[in-house]
Design a protein around this ligand. Structure first.
Ligand code: CMX
Length: 440
């Protein structure tokens, strides 16, 4: 058995009992109130689920098990000679709730290398799709094709006690995460590199091996990939990809079915696809000004043009955050250190000076500050990964760490089928008039 599996069982299983008692003793304690606006407008701010892996504060940003991104860039183990955390470490932290040692991280790395084989039928399925298919569609379909390998689905079919669900789920979660870099790299090489594929190198860590299979063996790309895959991993439970994975998993759908569903949500332009849209927007901006680096005034003019066309400025705004996203700041730090003179980085920096002012002046945008997606693309372009339609797949590979850790916790804590209630507008109107009559 993996050491990680033993540690997880020791942590999570006693907590299931604690939660049962907590619900028994305090189940009727009121946590909050909600209003009609929230019911109609995306349930923003309504607390409706438990997520152990991370917590998002509107002002401060994300904390993974209590640690901020700057703290984790210091504290998580790194590759020999590396400066950025290994994503294996953030997965360990989210799953176990404690900072890992370098040995813990090496164990996770080795477990993923051992579990990373992708069956041929999945690669054949990828090959069967038209080259014009969006990479996120191929990615989600490939994850579904991997479902043939689900240990949980197989155990459930044979008959398994509820109390043991977490065990095959652990196997699925680890196998799925282990396989994703190979699946994603296969999609990339097929679409953009003449279908010439690169075999994995089991000696490399998860992120470095991913960069290697994509075709980028430079240490700079491996360094960026480790940061990228760490900071995109989780953003508490209510974002579309995490919530969808959790919701689908609540029907006891296995890890593959749940993750594929989550990825379909990540593929939306208001969520993960925004990283692709940001780069498209910047390229359109440059083309509009005839390929010359635009000035701040021109950027402002182009923002106003985008808004006048009834479109959003991609990479800006957030449903929860009310300040600059610390994931943006981490990438800005990286750029200032390693690519300060990059032309696209300069545009992103000018946009940071101009866009919040313009969006703020509209009076309706609750958060005029940049989110994670405003920055990620220009870093990738700098190192030659220019195929921006692929960027959301990179986000998805990283997001697997958070949503899969959460799904495993869901099974260990026996989280039930999720089934919120709904109202009709007729019902809402009746409630309002009943309240008004009661007051009169
Ligand atoms: N550009 C233009 N208008 C924006 C805007 C932006 N970047 N962000 C918000 N607004 C508008 C909304 O469209 C809405 O307009 P209407 O009232 O006319 O419908 C109004 O401001 C209020 O919206 P909000 O409450 O501030 O924002 P929401 O919580 O509804 O939406 C988000 C959040 C992210 C969808 C929105 O800010 C947006 O569309 N941003 C651009 C897309 C983006 O970057 N998405 C990635 C988010 C991070 C991620 O999940 O990866």
């Amino acid at each position: 058995m993996d050491k990680l599996k033993e540690k997880f069982a020791a942590k999570a299983l006693p907590m299931a009992g604690e939660i049962k008692s907590l619900i028994k003793e305090h189940g009727k304690t009121v946590l909050g109130e909600y209003n009609i606006e929230q019911v109609y407008q995306g349930m923003h701010g309504m607390v409706g689920m438990v997520t152990e892996t991370s917590k998002l504060d509107p002002e401060e940003g994300i904390r993974f098990r209590g640690y901020t991104i700057p703290e984790l860039r210091e504290a998580l183990p790194k590759a020999p000679g590396g400066t950025e955390p290994l994503p294996e470490g953030i997965f360990y932290l989210m799953l176990i709730g404690e900072l890992p040692t370098p040995e813990d991280v090496a164990d996770v790395s080795n477990a993923w290398a051992r579990r990373s084989n992708v069956p041929k039928h999945v690669l054949d399925m990828i090959d069967a799709l038209p080259l014009t298919t969006h990479p996120m569609t191929i990615f989600s379909a490939a994850v579904l094709a991997l479902q043939t390998e689900s240990v949980f689905a197989n155990a459930y079919r044979k008959g398994i006690s509820k109390k043991d669900y977490w065990d095959p789920m652990y196997e699925d979660v680890m196998n799925l995460i282990a396989r994703l870099p190979r699946v994603a790299a296969y999609i990339y090489r097929r679409l953009y590199k003449n279908n010439v594929h690169i075999e994995p190198d089991a000696k490399l860590d998860w992120a470095a091996n991913f960069a290697h299979m994509l075709g980028y063996d430079e240490f700079e790309v491996k360094r960026l990939m480790r940061l990228y895959l760490t900071i995109h991993a989780d953003h508490e439970g209510g974002n579309v990809s995490a919530h969808t994975t959790h919701l689908v998993g609540s029907a006891l759908s296995d890890a593959y079915l749940s993750f594929s569903a989550g990825m379909n949500g990540l593929a939306g332009p208001l969520h993960g696809l925004a990283n692709q849209e940001v780069v498209r927007w910047i390229f359109d901006l440059k083309e509009y000004y005839k390929g010359v680096t635009p000035t701040k005034e021109q950027i402002e003019e182009y923002i106003n043009k985008t808004l006048a066309e009834g479109k959003v400025i991609p990479g800006y705004g957030h449903a929860v955050l009310r300040k600059t996203d610390p994931r943006y700041t981490a990438q800005r730090d990286f750029a200032l250190k390693y690519l300060p003179d990059d032309e696209n980085f300069k545009i992103v920096s000018m946009l940071y000076e101009v866009a919040p002012k313009v969006l703020g002046s509209l009076g309706k945008v609750k958060n005029p500050w940049p989110n994670v997606d405003a920055h990620s693309g220009v870093l990738l372009i700098h190192y030659g990964i220019v195929e921006y339609d692929f960027y959301t797949v990179l986000f998805g590979v990283s997001r697997s760490l958070g949503v899969m850790a959460s799904l495993l916790w869901d099974r260990a804590l026996s989280m039930p089928l999720e089934r919120p209630g709904s109202v009709t507008t007729e019902g809402v109107k009746k409630m309002i008039s009943d309240l008004q009559s009661a007051k009169a």
